[in-house]
Write a protein that binds this ligand. Structure first.
Ligand SMILES: Cc1cc2nc3c(=O)[nH]c(=O)nc-3n(C[C@H](O)[C@H](O)[C@H](O)COP(=O)(O)O)c2cc1C
Length: 318
């Protein structure tokens, strides 16, 4: 599974980063890789993105942290993680032997924290690149999300770019009005690629007790419910920028991944689907391969951004 050698070309290049196939495991849904290593062969993934990492360890939010929703789930984990020191000492020795490129998802509360974690990870052997999660409150801007304000995005990504020569993928939030100015700001600041979307803020209520179901009251919605939004945003961002775009949000099968690629994604990430089936990502690799073969398409890259949409279709939502 996920290890086809003959037939259509499914390797992809995200700027300087080369992947043997376009399917990555999304941050926060794949632990530090080791958790899944007894079930699947990590080397058959395009890449693995680790749980969001901060300078200091974080305990995360109070429970309950998960709630099921129709066609998806809410999570309010609160970016619990081991912190950079333990990550380098305890997680990297395993990850170095994973057999696929390892991208480290990073976050901070200030531009300086982002830059510092990026700088320290750049010196770590086995880190193929960084995914910069900007869906976090900016402490110096009254707690508004970095991702919500193009100027803040430009600043934080510029700082990370200066601090690190690593492959940089900036992960955008769907919790914004217009994704295009944010995508352009990240590109202008030196991102090598963009990934989108992160989760959408939502909530759920227990009507018997009239209390929020999540300990944090609100949480991030993921899963099949968000795929149409992710597709729309990937399509909009991919038309605006020249760097590669990576699609994420509600991908559970090869058809979902192919939709994202036709919309303009050069690669995809699989998140919540891994909770249902740890083999989801590898099944998607095989499904993409089979689709290309059946359709007589020799190279996956020719599918990227191949959506046939007339100008009229783009101007209206209905
Ligand atoms: C439990 C959980 C934890 C997550 N943690 C992170 C994280 O640490 N950093 C990050 O950038 N995204 C995080 N995400 C977002 C996912 O990487 C992904 O963008 C989102 O879930 C949408 O994809 P999906 O619908 O395939 O799950 C998390 C998602 C879930 C469900």
């Amino acid at each position: 599974m996920g290890s086809k050698k003959e037939g259509p070309k499914i390797s992809v290049e995200l700027g300087p980063l080369k992947l043997k196939n376009p399917v990555m495991a999304a941050s926060g849904t794949f632990g530090y890789g080791e958790e899944y290593s007894g079930i699947i062969s990590l080397r058959n993934l395009g890449a693995l993105i680790t749980k969001g990492l901060s300078l200091k360890p974080r305990k995360g939010n109070p429970p309950p942290r998960l709630a099921e929703t129709p066609a998806g789930m809410l999570n309010a984990i609160g970016l619990e993680n081991v912190g950079i020191k333990a990550f380098i000492g305890e997680k990297m020795p395993f990850l170095r032997k994973a057999g696929c490129p390892v991208l480290v998802n990073i976050f901070g509360a200030t531009d300086e924290e982002y830059a510092e974690i990026a700088r320290r990870l750049s010196e770590v052997e086995g880190v193929a690149g960084l995914e910069v999660n900007i869906s976090c409150p900016n402490l110096k801007a009254g707690g508004c999300l970095f991702a919500a304000e193009p100027k803040a995005v430009f600043q934080v990504v510029s700082r990370v770019r200066q601090a690190s020569p690593c492959f940089l993928m900036v992960k955008l939030s769907p919790n914004v009005g217009d994704i295009v100015p944010v995508a352009l700001a990240a590109e202008e600041a030196g991102a090598d690629a963009l990934s989108l979307i992160n989760t959408l803020t939502g909530m759920a209520i227990d009507i018997r007790t009239r209390t929020p179901i999540l300990g944090n009251i609100t949480g991030g919605l993921s899963g099949p419910a968000i795929k149409p939004i992710g597709l729309r945003m990937v399509w909009q961002a991919a038309q605006a920028v020249r760097i590669p775009v990576v699609g994420v949000g509600g991908i559970g099968c090869a058809e979902d991944a192919l939709e994202y690629m036709i919309a303009g994604a050069s690669a995809v990430q699989v998140g919540s689907a891994h909770f249902i089936d740890p083999r989801a990502g590898l099944k998607i690799v095989d499904g993409i391969h089979d689709y290309l073969k059946t359709q007589g398409i020799p190279d996956l890259s020719s599918l990227v951004g191949s959506l046939k949409a007339g100008q009229d279709n783009r101007k209206t939502d209905r």
